[in-house]
Design a protein around this ligand. Structure first.
Ligand SMILES: *Cc1c(COP(=O)(O)O)cnc(C)c1O
Length: 415
């Protein structure tokens, strides 16, 4: 057996980290290790500064003029293009708007509209549930449509594809296991069956390089409050490939998606471009915070981000497995780094209480029912030393059985 990395080894990893300086741009609590950036990204100095300017100057002073003078009206497309650079989308194909759930609804409808005569949506039984709930909602509005699920109706998406399938809704990185799909390969198979694809990037946008255009993806959706650090409830994004924009329709035909919103016409005429996917007035303060949060990404090389992400998750797996053998943990994340997003999940029989005990010790991850300890590794603000500390605390909590304390069994509304 080879020895586990020493503290000197870990210090060397941090010294060689090209992204290390970015940590200073974030407001992190001393003594805490925040491993939940895959659920709510950390606040950055830039995001909070943008929010302050938006509140003080744009809202308080300039008021209604800010729609034009501060560019509020164009924020959804301006920020869409900036996120587009991180997910391999050329300009004009991404809009920041609404929530991921709402965007799933719009994207599924849009895709189905492009495949008349086809009546099946394919999704994953193990998907983040809102994706499935929204697919159910789409089906309830379109008589005759039905849902096929990987993990229920067949074990692989490939085995569910046929001439009835209109669209496949699939996660790039699974929210529980952290498993990463091969976007280009699966998109090719889906297209070969004549169907379209909607990629859910909630756990890959800002976590690893994404190549939507190069993969020939049709649609994609994702969060901006996870790895992109846009803040709680920051609006989501929607990508539609330019080749579809001319023909595509979406069902939530509100005035912000109209070709001429300020002509106040009686009938709906959708914008010819990506703006069509907007519905109503967007959350400007959240968009302004997100605009600030995105500034940091101009300095980030996505290959370096990926290398650091895998270095952090590899180290965590190695340390936890090396230090916690026999303590009831089972790795749920692919060991093969090419198949991994930027998170690590371990199953444990008492995962809820173990996570509460970790949080009480300042190691903030989260619990996903029924038995998953989930640790997200945001490469912009975490160090290898953080990873080593988290692994040490996990070992202590399990070894001492500290998690058995009654207070750690109390369930809060949000886990
Ligand atoms: C976080 C997440 C969502 C969240 O959707 P909201 O509408 O923003 O609440 C949806 N899908 C996946 C896969 C997620 O990870």
């Amino acid at each position: 057996m080879t020895a586990l990395p020493s503290s000197d080894d870990i210090a060397r990893m941090d010294a060689a980290d090209p992204l290390a300086a970015l940590r200073e741009r974030f407001l992190l609590t001393k003594g805490e290790v925040y491993l939940d950036g895959n659920s709510l990204g950390a606040a950055s100095i830039d995001a909070l500064a943008a929010l302050q300017v938006a509140a003080r100057d744009e809202w308080s002073r300039d008021l209604i003029r800010s729609w034009n003078s501060a560019g509020w009206f164009d924020l959804p497309v301006e920020l869409g293009d900036r996120i587009g650079r991180l997910i391999g989308a050329a300009a004009g194909q991404v809009v920041v708007t609404d929530t991921t759930s709402i965007n799933i609804y719009k994207a599924l409808h849009a895709a189905i509209g492009l495949r008349p005569g086809r009546d099946v949506i394919v999704a994953e039984a193990g998907s983040f549930p809102t994706d499935l709930y929204m697919a159910e909602g789409v089906i309830s509005a379109l008589p005759g449509m039905s849902l096929r699920l990987e993990g229920r109706d067949a074990s692989r998406i490939e085995d569910l594809l046929d001439e009835r399938v209109a669209v496949v809704l699939v996660n790039h990185v699974n929210y529980r296991s952290g498993e990463l799909r091969d976007m280009a390969a699966l998109t090719r198979k889906i297209h070969a069956s004549g169907a379209l694809v909607v990629w859910d990037l909630c756990h890959s946008a800002g976590a690893l390089p994404v190549e939507l255009d190069a993969s020939n993806a049709d649609f994609a959706v994702g969060c901006s409050y996870k790895y992109l650090n846009g803040g709680p409830g920051a609006p989501a994004f929607l990508y539609a490939a330019s080749r579809h924009l001319g023909q595509v329709a979406q069902p939530l035909s509100g005035w912000w998606g109209h070709a001429r919103p300020f002509a106040f016409e009686t009938g709906y005429a959708g914008d010819p471009g990506i703006r069509r996917f907007q519905c109503g007035t967007q959350p400007v303060l959240s968009l302004r915070a997100l605009k600030g949060a995105l500034d940091i990404w101009d300095q980030v090389d996505m290959q370096a981000l990926r290398a650091k992400s895998l270095s952090l998750t590899d180290l965590f797996i190695e340390l936890v497995e090396g230090q916690c053998a026999g303590l009831g943990l089972t790795l749920q994340t692919p060991r093969e780094s090419a198949q991994r997003g930027s998170q690590v999940a371990f199953a444990h029989e008492n995962a809820y209480a173990v996570m509460q005990a970790l949080i009480a010790r300042g190691v903030i991850g989260d619990f996903r029912a029924p038995d998953i300890l989930r640790f997200g590794f945001a490469p912009l603000y975490l160090s290898h030393a953080d990873v080593a500390h988290a692994a040490d605390v996990l070992r202590d909590v399990l070894q001492t059985e500290e998690w058995r304390e009654a207070r750690f069994a109390v369930r809060a509304a949000v886990t």
